[in-house]
Design a protein around this ligand. Structure first.
Ligand code: PMM
Length: 296
């Protein structure tokens, strides 16, 4: 077995039968958390340009928290299919003032970035979690950054940047390949020195995945929860959800089906769901929790 494979199976044996370590900086335990999306971007597919001014972004972050968000996920670079990269300095100018302000007001903040330097500055500004949709693959320096910062890292399944990712949505068995690639990535990070207790995984819905791939991966989410690591699911308002509502309907029409996906993901043991509409998600997660209590 390779060094990477051995590291993962050692880690797995160590965690057999235990629930994922999912206690970060006082975040609630025992229920699926709501990670609310705060895109400080000009071109995100569902809310681009709305929160580009720092004051507007901070005000929206506070609204999301008041509505019941547990974590505010602040991102400055759009990762919608086809999106071009932006300069790191531009990303930092967008997210850092917002993160600093929200963290100072006592909110739990994660930073959605593929850049190690942004992750470092964001954590200095008060972010508790680094959410890297590339799982550290886009920037060589990310692994070192999360090790030295000693912060949790959300590792998504990822095959390449937004500009080219749709061409990489080619699978024989999507469930097996996503699980294997993500498992390999996690093992690599562990071999390089990231503590397993600092890792979370995410199927990366929409990243090098067509609708049918997203649904397959969701339908077999147990393959990812079996890693024994906290699982984050980000389906909110994505194109495959949009296909369930009337063509041309406003983005908000995707919030109800997104919330249903959140409840189903919660039932499958998701640690957190990354969403736009906190209120509807909260109601849906309430159903999942009541159902779970009923089943206990
Ligand atoms: N999706 C997007 C951005 N960041 N982070 C995680 N952990 N999981 C996701 O699925 C994810 C993400 C793209 O969607 P957006 O434009 O709505 O932010």
């Amino acid at each position: 077995m390779s060094e990477v494979g051995a590291a993962f199976s050692r880690r797995r044996q160590g965690s057999a039968g235990q629930l994922p370590r999912a206690t970060y900086a006082g975040l609630p335990e025992g229920r699926t958390l709501i990670m609310a999306i705060l895109n400080v971007t000009s071109d995100s597919f569902s809310d681009g340009g709305r929160w580009l001014r720092a004051e507007a972004a901070v005000a929206h972050g506070l609204e999301l928290a008041a509505a019941g968000a547990d974590i505010i996920d602040v991102g400055g670079e759009s990762t919608r299919p086809g999106a071009e990269r932006i300069a790191v300095a531009e990303e930092q100018a967008r997210v850092l003032p917002v993160i600093r302000n929200l963290a100072e007001q006592g909110l739990a903040v994660s930073v959605d970035t593929m850049n190690a330097s942004t992750a470092r500055l964001a954590v200095e500004a008060g972010a508790l979690i680094v959410n890297d949709v590339s799982g550290g693959l886009a920037d060589e320096a990310m692994t070192e950054a999360v090790i030295s910062l000693d912060v949790p890292l959300i590792v998504s399944h990822w095959r390449g940047h937004s500009a080219i990712m749709n061409s990489k949505a080619v699978y024989g068995d999507v469930v097996a390949e996503v699980a294997a690639e993500l498992e390999y990535r996690v093992a690599e990070l562990i071999v390089r020195g990231v503590s397993p207790a600092r890792l979370l995984v995410d199927p990366g819905l929409g990243f090098a995945k067509l609708s049918e791939h997203n649904w397959k991966v969701l339908g077999h989410l147990d393959r990812l929860t079996a890693f024994g690591l906290p699982v984050v699911v980000g389906a909110s308002r994505k194109g495959f959800i949009g296909e369930l509502v009337e063509e041309g309907a406003p983005m908000q029409a995707r919030d109800f089906p997104s919330a249903v996906v959140a409840a189903l993901a919660a039932q499958q043991g998701a640690w957190a769901v990354r969403v736009h509409d906190v209120e509807t998600t909260k109601a849906a997660l309430g159903v999942a929790e009541a159902w779970k209590r009923g089943a206990a």
